[in-house]
Design a protein around this ligand. Structure first.
Ligand code: GLA
Length: 661
């Protein structure tokens, strides 16, 4: 069953209202609700006193209207009694201050006492709901994150990692500035008050913080697996943009990846929605386990805590939900059902406004609900097939947070710039870990593999040797696993594969760029960082046009085995990225996607030999799209179509075609 539903907080509303809510949900075509994720104070009103009666009643009302339930474990928002009893369970901020009560997600994931209380509430819930017929799955906690600057836990993690202080001192190079540690208790956390930290220490601290949540989640996973083996277990992540947790590690213990998608959620990013930003979020989430995912919170209205973001325009909620499906979502759950009257999120709008009258947004999603009832079955289980992979290295991302090099050099921005250029050509993309099996891809884009292991370097060599096309970008192969700079000419372990040496480099002043001489391409420039390259077997693809390195290589290409490795020495503007991806596709023998009308996304899901083509008009006006030769079944309108089609602003078309041999 394709899961289509909403996040609901019955505890925010009088019980007399529940039945009407359930009725309206069913009318909208919903078949699933997520419940209870912040309801700890209702489920355990005082220490050791549990009350599930209200939730049972809410679930039964919803179940009578056909809803399945995903239960949230409520550990993201501990009740006041718990934190008053154990203020030591609050996490510590970078400033060294322990947080105080009043928000959520502010506990320390390594706190033994917090883990004990968490175990207890999760066990009680699991025992109570293991046989409830409406329950299909569990969401653990809510959007894990935030680093906990708690020194004792970090020290024991380091002891497990290094075994001896001698090894730690050696790996971090603590002879620098006399930081040689003689006792585990001397080791600090990288507090803001300490200033710029040792990069080895800071990277291990980032890893520790990420692993702390992985371990805390695993504790809950084990309880739920034991009691509820029939239910799936997920966690709602935050897509590509979140950068404090290694999501590959976090996803490892889960049955299903889900995430929260808010294209216009925040005041500062709400003005212009870039479809490639959402697409990258979806592709990243699909890549975590290499399989379909859910959107557990799909934007349902304007976002807002203190500032209110732009209201989604007519058609956008449905368009974004279909975009998620096009990228592999098998479940869409809107956040939230009704806009809350109280609390920090009074202006985080749901499908219904405060007054609960079904309005424009409700009706838009109800229309989608009717469509899903007809086509959901066809879509579910089909999958995205990509020949292009982007490597997402959380180690490199963490290490570049510690030393960003240049205010214009962002790991995520660089990644997204290259992704956007390929997305604009409607190419299917997987986002995978550097350790992933690359043999099924023709093209691999590896943005700044700054922290590089010998294993990854060998794997990339094997990929290219076997005929693959690889793009490597600046600041690759610079650091080893301990975040120490390698002693090799850069790009270090990738120099042989790329047939190039970084002879010199330049960190450009803000606002400056270097015009590139790239045959046939007008307006290509590099900014923020310029690696000045000396080819050692590679052919020069582009030269710098300015400064003391004018005429020296900026982009190179090296034939290696049956494939080729390209080295891009700078951060390209859109012109450069676009020209480069065209060349990469050509080299890899890949065709761009079916349509190239700007702002119209075309994405495919495959069902065996049959493909479903999603055409998504993200623009503000009608567009004409031309289908490849053949007759197609327009699934939403249930009619046969061919040739040129008109697609209204923010409209969606899903056509089914037999695979062309
Ligand atoms: C996140 C959380 C939700 C809610 C929304 C809106 O995605 O998971 O609980 O807070 O943001 O702020």
């Amino acid at each position: 069953m394709f899961h289509f539903g909403v996040d609901y907080y019955p505890e925010h509303w009088p019980e007399e209202r529940w039945r009407e809510d359930a009725r309206l949900m069913a009318e909208a075509g919903f078949n699933v609700v997520r419940l209870a994720e912040f309801a700890w104070s209702r489920l355990e009103p005082s220490q050791g006193t549990f009350d599930f009666a209200w939730l049972d009643r809410a679930m039964n009302t919803l179940a009578r209207h056909g809803m399945h339930v995903v239960l949230g474990t409520p550990t993201a928002s501990p009740p006041p009694w718990l934190m008053s009893l154990h203020p030591e369970a609050f996490l510590v901020r970078e400033t060294g201050q322990r947080v105080s009560y009043g928000n959520r997600r502010n506990y320390s994931p390594t706190s033994a006492v917090y883990r004990d209380y968490s175990k207890r509430i999760v066990t009680k819930m699991a025992e109570h709901y293991k046989h409830h017929p409406a329950v299909i799955g569990w969401q653990i906690d809510n959007e894990f994150g935030d680093r906990d600057y708690d020194a004792p836990a970090f020290r024991s993690w380091l002891e497990r990692r290094f075994g001896t202080l001698q090894r730690l001192n050696e790996r971090w190079g603590t002879a620098f500035w006399s930081h040689e540690y003689g006792d585990w208790n001397e080791i600090p956390v990288p507090l803001a008050t300490a200033g710029v930290p040792n990069p080895g220490l800071a990277l291990d601290f980032a890893r520790f913080c990420s692993e702390a949540y992985v371990a805390y989640q695993r504790m809950q996973v084990e309880i739920l697996r034991k009691h509820c083996p029939e239910h799936f277990i997920t966690h709602n992540m935050m897509g590509f943009r979140y950068e404090l947790i290694d999501y590959f590690d976090l996803a490892y213990d889960l049955d299903l990846v889900s995430w929260d998608n808010y294209p216009r959620g925040f005041w500062n990013i709400a003005a212009d929605v870039d479809p490639s930003t959402m697409a990258l979020g979806h592709d990243t989430m699909r890549g975590l386990k290499g399989t379909n995912f859910w959107v557990m919170e799909q934007q349902a209205g304007a976002g807002g805590w203190d500032l209110v973001s732009v209201m989604p325009k007519p058609g956008e909620l449905r368009l974004w939900a279909y975009q998620a499906i096009a990228h592999g979502a098998d479940g869409i759950v809107f956040f939230r059902w009704r806009t809350a009257r109280h609390g920090t999120e009074q202006y985080w709008h749901g499908l219904l406004d405060h007054d609960a009258r079904p309005g424009r947004r409700y009706h838009e999603i109800k229309r989608m609900g009717q469509e899903i009832a007809r086509v959901g079955q066809t879509i579910e289980g089909s999958s995205v097939k990509a020949r292009v992979a982007f490597l997402l290295s959380y180690d490199s991302r963490f290490a570049l947070q510690i030393q960003p090099h240049n205010p214009g050099f962002g790991y995520a921005e660089q990644f997204q710039g290259l992704y956007r250029a390929l997305h604009a050509r409607n190419v299917a993309i997987d986002v995978v870990a550097p350790s992933a099996d690359l043999s099924r891809y023709d093209l691999v884009v590896a943005p700044s593999l700054y922290v590089l292991t010998a294993k990854t370097a060998e794997q990339l060599e094997r990929f290219v040797e076997a005929g693959g096309t690889l793009l490597v970008t600046p600041r690759s192969g610079v650091k080893d696993d301990a975040n120490a700079v390698v002693e090799l000419p850069l790009p270090g372990l990738l120099a042989r594969l790329c047939g190039v040496v970084v002879e010199d480099y330049d960190s450009l002043p803000v606002g400056r760029s270097n015009a590139l001489e790239y045959a046939g391409v007008e307006g290509a420039v590099g900014s923020a960082w310029c690696d000045i390259l000396t080819p050692h077997g590679a052919e020069v693809v582009a030269h710098y046009g300015e400064d003391y390195y004018a005429g020296q290589a900026a982009i190179t290409m090296n034939v290696f085995g049956r494939g080729r490795a390209l080295y891009l020495g700078t951060l390209g503007n859109d012109v450069l990225n676009d020209a480069l991806v065209a060349r990469l596709l050509d080299l890899a023998g890949l065709e761009p996607g079916p349509s190239e009308v700007a702002g119209v996304e075309v994405s495919e899901r495959w069902l065996g030999g049959t493909k479903l083509v999603f055409v998504l008009n993200h623009t503000e006006s009608e567009q004409v799209v031309t289908l490849a030769d053949g007759v197609y079944h327009d699934l939403l309108a249930d009619r046969l179509v061919e040739g040129e089609l008109r697609l209204a602003a923010r409209e969606v078309l899903i056509v089914q075609a037999e695979a062309q041999a």
